[in-house]
Design a protein around this ligand. Structure first.
Ligand code: UTP
Length: 298
C-alpha cells in the first residue's frame, strides 16, 4: 500500500462569511487564541505523518505564504529583546526547507477545482485533503484517525462525525455499509439530504485521503452546485470504480468558516489551555449570565 506523504490544503476561497475582516486578510489567518486557523490544519497534518504540505492559494493570500516562511528581522528583534521563549516557539513551528509547495487557483471555482490545481504537485500517489476552516479538537487530530483506517483498508478514506439527525440537510451525508476496522464502508454520499431521506447522520467533516485517479475525474467534470466544480461530485464518480471507507472522528470539529463555529472554537481552545483557562472561564460565565449583555444584542 502506498504511503500518504502529501496533504493538499485549499485556501483560495473568498471567505465572504467573514467580511469585512476578509476584505484584506485571508480567513485562514484569523486566530483561535493565538494561532492562525491554518496552523491547526498544518499541525494536524504533521501529527498524522504528512511530510509535504501543498497550499492552493489565490489572490490576497500572501499572508499565508509569509507566515510559513522565516522572518529574519523579527527573529533578530526577539533575540535582541531577550525573548527566547517566543523565539523557541517560532522555531518549533518552522517547517523544514522544501516541505511546503504552493500553487494558485486563479479564480475560486470550487473546492474540487482547487484540489485539481494541485495535481502536478501531488503526482501519482495517494494524498490527504484538509479543509482548514474545519478545526479539529480532541485527543488526537482527525486526520490521524483517518490514516489509521487507511492503513487497514487502503482505497479512499473520508472522515465523518455524527450530526443532529434533524440537521442532515446542512451536510454531506454518507450511507453506512459493513464495519471495517475502526470504520465502515461507504455505500453512498448524499449532499444535504432532508432528515426523512438521509441514509444516516454521519457527515463528511473536511478530511479526506484520496487516490490520484480523482484528478482525471476532476479534470473533465461539469460544474455542479453553486456553479462550482465540486469535490463530492468527483468522489461519487470515483466510488463507481474504487472503494470508499469512513473513519468516525472521536473528537469534535469546529466549523471556523462560520461565525458561530469560530467563536465556539476560540472558547473551547482557550478552556483547554492551562495558561488561559482560568483567565477566561469566570468572565465568560459571568457574561453568559449577565442579562444586560444579552439585552444589548443588536
Ligand atoms: P468554503 O466554501 O467554506 O470557503 O470552502 P469560502 O468559499 O472561502 O467561504 P465563504 O462561504 O465565502 O465564507 C472550504 C475551503 O475550501 C477553500 C476555502 O479557502 C476553504 O478553505 N476553497 C473553496 C478554495 O480553495 N477554492 C474554492 O474555489 C472554494
Amino acid at each position: 500500500m502506498r504511503k500518504v506523504r502529501k496533504a493538499v490544503i485549499p485556501v483560495a476561497g473568498l471567505g465572504t462569511r467573514f467580511l469585512p475582516a476578509t476584505k484584506s486578510m485571508p480567513k485562514e489567518m484569523l486566530t483561535i487564541v493565538d494561532r492562525p486557523v491554518i496552523q491547526y490544519a498544518v499541525d494536524e497534518a504533521l501529527e498524522a505523518g504528512i511530510d509535504h504540505i501543498i497550499f492552493v492559494t489565490g489572490r490576497n493570500k500572501e499572508a499565508i505564504e509569509d507566515y510559513f516562511d522565516i522572518q529574519p528581522e523579527l527573529n533578530d528583534t526577539l533575540r535582541r529583546a531577550g525573548k527566547s521563549k517566543q523565539l523557541a516557539e517560532l522555531d518549533k513551528l518552522q517547517l523544514p526547507p522544501g516541505a511546503v509547495s504552493l500553487t494558485r487557483q486563479q479564480s475560486p471555482d470550487g473546492l474540487g477545482h482547487a484540489v485539481w490545481c494541485a495535481r502536478d504537485l501531488v503526482g501519482h500517489e495517494p494524498f490527504a485533503v484538509l479543509l482548514p476552516d474545519m478545526v479539529s479538537h480532541g485527543r488526537r487530530g482527525c486526520l490521524a484517525g483517518a490514516m489509521d483506517l487507511y492503513a487497514e483498508t487502503g482505497g479512499n478514506v473520508i472522515s465523518v462525525e455524527e450530526c443532529d439527525p434533524a440537521q442532515t440537510h446542512k451536510y454531506g451525508i454518507v450511507g453506512k455499509g459493513r464495519a471495517v476496522g475502526t470504520g465502515f464502508e461507504v455505500t453512498e454520499m448524499v449532499e444535504k439530504p432532508e432528515p426523512a431521506v438521509a441514509p444516516s447522520n454521519s457527515y463528511i467533516n473536511g478530511r479526506y485521503i484520496l487516490q490520484p485517479e480523482i484528478f482525471a475525474l476532476l479534470g473533465n467534470q461539469q460544474r455542479g452546485a453553486g456553479n462550482e466544480i465540486q469535490l463530492t461530485d468527483a468522489m461519487h464518480r470515483l466510488m463507481e470504480v474504487q472503494k470508499f471507507y469512513a473513519a468516525p472522528f472521536d473528537g469534535r470539529m469546529f466549523d471556523c468558516g462560520s461565525k458561530d463555529g469560530f467563536i465556539q472554537a476560540n472558547v473551547a481552545f482557550a478552556l483547554a489551555r492551562a495558561d488561559i483557562r482560568d483567565l477566561v472561564l469566570e468572565p465568560i460565565t459571568e457574561m453568559v449570565m449577565a442579562k444586560e449583555i444579552r439585552s444589548n444584542a443588536a
